[in-house]
Write a protein that binds this ligand. Structure first.
Ligand code: ZN
Length: 176
């Protein structure tokens, strides 16, 4: 799945959390596994060798979730949501990363790679991934109308208010 879709799912998971900082941490946790794709800078060999290994396993998820939660006020609650967001990433990849990108969940202790049967997997550039992304956008617009915030809050509260106002004006005009 694309990192932006993982980020949207993570931010949506974070909605019960009361602070922007906690929601930011949970959103980051949903994207962070793809940091192991950074080997692409050094060539396709590094990308193929380390992507879906270093960041896509339980130990990475546990350690990053614990470290990230420590900087939030509500540590226990944030930790449970960061773990949830991390696993949403793995689940998204199990379904939507295509052939040959399974999850080595217990790496480096076990090299076993977990994959769904082929009939449940779809390619990265598939319509299924587009549908998931579209549904996330719809839910984010819903949050704009109901909770007065969008994913943009991760980058800037000021820009987020602008985006929320744009969505609200659209739907206000439709009602009139
Ligand atoms: Zn991934």
């Amino acid at each position: 799945m694309f990192p932006i879709t993982h980020g949207m799912i993570g931010w949506l998971i974070a909605q019960p959390l009361g602070t922007r900082k906690s929601r930011l941490i949970v959103t980051v946790s949903a994207i962070l596994p793809d940091i192991d794709g950074i080997g692409a800078i050094f060539g396709t060999d590094y990308y193929a060798r380390y992507h879906h290994t270093v960041g896509h396993n339980l130990f990475f998820g546990l350690s990053t979730s614990i470290i990230l939660s420590l900087i939030c006020e509500d540590k226990k609650k944030t930790l449970s949501f960061t773990l949830l967001a991390f696993h949403s990433h793995l689940l998204g990849d199990l379904f939507g990363s295509g052939e040959g990108w399974g999850i080595p969940y217990f790496w480096p202790y076990l090299k076993k790679i977990y994959e769904l049967p082929f009939q449940f997997r779809w390619e990265l550039d598939s319509w299924q991934n587009l549908v998931v992304t579209f549904l996330c956008v719809m839910l984010i617009i819903y949050c704009a109308l109901k909770k007065n915030r969008t994913l943009v809050e991760i980058f800037s509260e000021q820009k987020d208010r602008m985006v929320v106002n744009i969505f609200k004006s659209w739907f206000k005009n439709e009602k009139n």
